[in-house]
Design a protein around this ligand. Structure first.
Ligand SMILES: Nc1ncnc2c1ncn2[C@@H]1O[C@H](COP(=O)(O)OP(=O)(O)OP(=O)(O)O)[C@@H](O)[C@H]1O
Ligand SMILES: [Mg+2]
Length: 264
């Protein structure tokens, strides 16, 4: 198993994280390290604890044992104020995009800017336009979420998650409910946006994302631990039986997406 580069600037690190709920042990010593500017995808079966890991990174859950460090700071021991400061650098996109139905797309994207900055209305308007442009959604500002397709709504969610120029973006199942083509589009957009904006991304997915080759590291959560944090190529070739089994059961989608990629 190849260790990830230990010299990289570490943005998120979990060290020996254990978590149980009412006698059920979900995490039994999770070690994970995310380097600055990279994309790490955490994969694993349903109920393995992927969202629980993400909630630890966001400071919404505290480990029973172990440490969760963001920019080298243990967030389990941080005060509410320190945690709030750390979260200022976070962009979060959950599975259900959670746009506000009664607000226009413009107002949805402007929300974090209005709540978290003292920017003037013209500055906010310029930033929202820039974000919608970046997400390939020009001219939708006056519409309401229900008037957009699922894929477009995800892109609005991404625009909102990026509004404050976060240093770290956390995505939980960002493509659930989208067809293969739309999922690929979303991942490609993530990739392009990341190359442009330079944020660090942690993506959770229950299967191998369709274009997982665009990620820097893939980490399989199984049996309460990370079975390997590997490059996509290493992950596909891994001899760890749990990774092999996972790759074999999700290979179909990879091959079909490669065919689709080639056809584009
Ligand atoms: N707040 C909680 N209280 C009690 N049990 C919880 C809590 N949060 C998660 N769990 C349990 O922890 C386990 C892991 O849940 P988690 O949501 O992290 O799974 P997951 O890997 O994200 O699955 P999926 O792919 O279906 O989203 C599950 O058995 C779940 O019931
Ligand atoms: Mg989950």
């Amino acid at each position: 198993m190849t260790e990830i580069n230990s010299d990289c600037p570490v943005v998120v690190e979990l060290v020996g994280v254990e978590k149980h709920f009412a006698g059920q042990k979900v995490l039994s010593g999770v070690n994970l390290r995310v380097c600055e500017g990279t994309t790490t995808v955490i994969v694993g079966g349903s109920g393995e604890g992927k969202s629980v890991i993400l909630k630890h990174m966001l400071g919404l859950m505290k480990p029973d044992v172990g440490r969760v460090e963001i920019f080298g700071r243990d967030i389990a021991t941080a005060t509410a104020r320190e945690l709030n400061d750390v979260r200022r650098d976070f962009g979060v996109l959950f599975q259900n995009v959670a746009l506000f139905d009664s607000m226009t797309i413009f107002d949805n994207v402007a929300l974090p800017l209005r709540e978290r900055t003292h920017d003037r209305p013209q500055q906010i308007a310029a930033r929202v336009d820039e974000l919608l442009q970046m997400m390939d959604l020009p001219g939708v500002g006056a519409k309401y979420p229900a008037q957009l397709s699922g894929g477009m709504q995800k892109r609005v969610g991404l625009a909102r998650a990026l509004a404050l120029n976060p240093k770290i973006v956390f995505f939980d199942e960002p493509t659930t409910g989208l067809d293969v083509h739309k999922s690929n589009e979303i991942y490609r957009l993530f990739h392009h946006t990341q190359a442009r904006v330079g944020y660090t991304a942690v993506i959770v997915s229950h299967d191998v994302p369709k274009i997982f080759k665009l990620s820097d590291h893939v980490a399989l959560l199984s049996e309460g631990v990370i079975q390997g944090q590997l490059t996509p190529e290493e992950f596909q070739r891994s001899e760890n039986p749990l990774i092999r089994e996972f790759v074999e059961t999700t290979m179909g989608p990879i091959y079909s997406s490669e065919r689709e990629e080639a056809a584009l």
